[in-house]
Design a protein around this ligand. Structure first.
Ligand code: 0O2
Length: 212
């Protein structure tokens, strides 16, 4: 079905994907600029890395099926809000909230939804701050507002999520073993949250010491 849609609409689909690529560039630049500015105030840059992705064709197709969304370009554009994804990885949880605040204060950014899985982790143990935003992109003749999902996490959260993500795609693990791994992952998530907090405390003690 989805292939049918693409056959008929290859051009509009490609065009839509190119808008997402532009939106990702805009958002990445905004975070790089903030990183530059913050690095003058603090010791070092708050952002460890930025990874962006455009959702793969297969993954979009799966989501369309799962959510029972009409097979049109317009409906993709309106209903799938994480086709463009920007992941910002920081060392410390505090920096995540500072960066998110500064980013959301920018007047061309519209916050659509914020999901704070750091304060309220998912049952799996997943932690990250998710922002669904709209950003304008300026084209030759028009201005278009595009949805982007920004995920902000610490290095520890990112490490955990990438390991847990692997488990999701492993289909041949016996059920009881998978349960054990899931439990172990959950425990690790709790431990890594504690580590994030402790590392942050160390940093504030060091910063305090410096300013005295
Ligand atoms: P991928 O491969 O990263 O693109 P939605 O289904 O998006 O309408 P939902 O499910 O509430 O609504 O969205 P959520 O959970 O806020 O965000 C989904 C994305 O967050 C996922 O994207 C993952 O990147 C990440 N994520 C959420 N929960 C987990 C988790 O338990 N473990 C890991 N490793 N990542 C998680 P996709 O599209 O699922 O996958």
């Amino acid at each position: 079905e989805f292939l049918d849609l693409l056959d008929k609409n290859k051009k509009p689909f490609d065009l839509l994907m190119s808008y997402y690529r532009c939106a990702v560039m805009e958002i990445e630049t905004k975070f790089r600029v903030l990183d530059q500015e913050y690095s003058l105030e603090y010791d070092g840059n708050p952002i460890e890395s930025i990874k962006s992705r455009i959702k793969s064709y297969d993954s979009i197709a799966r989501k369309v099926r799962r959510k029972n969304i009409p097979m049109t370009i317009e409906s993709l554009e309106e209903n799938i809000r994480d086709i463009a994804g920007v992941r910002v990885v920081c060392s410390f949880p505090e920096d995540i909230y500072e960066l998110a605040d500064s980013f959301l204060r920018q007047d061309d950014i519209t916050l659509i939804e914020m999901k704070d899985y750091i304060k309220n982790p998912k049952p799996s143990g997943y932690r990250s701050l998710h922002l669904i935003v709209q950003v304008p992109i300026f084209l030759q003749k028009t201005k278009k507002y595009v949805y982007v999902e920004v995920q902000l996490r610490t290095i520890a959260m990112d490490f955990w999520a990438s390991l847990e993500h692997k488990l999701r795609y492993k289909k041949n693990i016996p059920e009881d073993e998978a349960k054990l791994i899931a439990q172990e992952l959950y425990d690790c998530s709790v431990e890594s949250a504690k580590l994030d907090e402790r590392m942050q405390k160390i940093r504030s003690m060091m910063n305090k010491g410096e300013s005295e």
